[in-house]
Ligand binder design. Structure first.
Ligand code: 3PG
Length: 309
């Protein structure tokens, strides 16, 4: 089988070498397309491949239709909103992700960005500490769990609300020591900082709006390492205009990035490129898991991490 690693944002070399080793040791052919700049390069590269490993790379119907041999796509990472699942199902393609593999890297970035915000972008002015500030986690998957774990070291009370887990489910996650919120309103109302951790789905798109943000303190901090589409940008701009101490830090650049930057240069920060999972460790974890999942799929039909029907 021919396996293509297609990453417009390439993995670290040790991860690529590890993927290649796993694929070739199982008797498959390994090819890669890195740092490509347009869809036509991907369309060309998928023509004769049986399996595809990607990151945030967009894989739509057109790409699947250009790849008649394609049997499996593994998104080396958590969120798979970049893959058209319906088209994959219609083309008979199995889609998987590698849940949890890059969670620690993203969780560490949450703390890096919280400190950066609370220390006023390291501009030398008087900042604030994280300790004893209440941290709200909106959704409670792998990244949020790692955040909760690290937060204990900072002595931060952690609140969690999940749209998909019940209050009892959340309470059972006792090892993370979170205080469970019954509603998203309770979460935002009880938190000094809120960190977003839900996937992008139709139900979560624009779920963070004025009505929720207005429940946070005047000097609240919103952290987004998930997806830009979760936030109603105009509502967040309005809150930041109304509250001169409210801050936003994000790893997913908003559409209105320039406006945020112009209006709130000292209270807004966006990483230049989504880099939450951009560590050698996370690249190896997610990349090698993806390669192993492909090998297992071809070896014995293992579909454990399948996300489409
Ligand atoms: C994920 O969903 O796993 C993260 O957003 C990381 O995405 P990336 O592989 O594009 O960095």
């Amino acid at each position: 089988m021919k396996v293509l690693l297609a990453t417009s944002k390439p993995f670290a070399l040790p991860a690529v070498q590890g993927i290649q080793h796993i694929i070739e040791s199982a008797g498959h052919k390994f090819v890669k397309l890195e740092k490509y700049e347009n869809e036509s390069q991907l369309l060309d590269a998928v023509k004769d491949v049986d399996a595809l490993i990607i990151r945030s790379d967009i894989v739509n119907k057109e790409i699947m239709e250009a790849a008649p041999n394609l049997k499996i796509i593994v998104r080396a990472g958590a969120g798979y909103d970049n893959v058209d699942l319906e088209a994959a199902t219609n083309c008979g393609i199995c889609v998987m992700n590698t849940p949890g593999q890059n969670a620690n890297a993203v969780a560490e970035l949450v703390f890096g960005m919280m400190i950066y915000a609370q220390r006023n972008h390291f501009d030398g002015s008087v900042g604030r500490e994280l300790t004893r500030r209440r941290l709200g986690l909106y959704a409670f998957g792998n990244v949020a769990k790692m955040v909760a774990k690290i937060a204990r070291g900072f002595d931060m009370p952690v609140y969690a609300f999940s749209p998909t887990l019940t209050h009892d489910d959340l309470r059972k996650e006792g090892e993370y020591g979170v205080i469970t919120a019954y509603t998203n309103k309770e979460l935002f109302g009880n938190s000094d900082f809120v960190s977003l951790h839900m996937p992008l789905l139709e139900e979560t798109r624009y779920c963070v709006d004025y009505s929720l943000l207005s429940l946070m303190p005047q000097d609240g901090l919103l952290i987004n390492t998930a997806r830009k589409e979760l936030v109603v940008e105009d509502d967040l701009i309005r809150i930041m205009e109304e509250r001169p101490a409210f801050q936003y830090v994000t790893d997913v650049k908003p559409d209105k990035h320039e406006e945020f930057l112009e209006k709130f240069p000292r209270r807004y920060f966006a990483t230049p490129k989504k880099l939450g999972a951009q560590t050698t460790d996370a690249n190896k974890n997610a990349g090698l898991a993806a390669a192993n999942q492909i090998v297992a799929y071809f070896q014995n039909g293992d579909e454990r991490f399948r996300v489409n029907l």
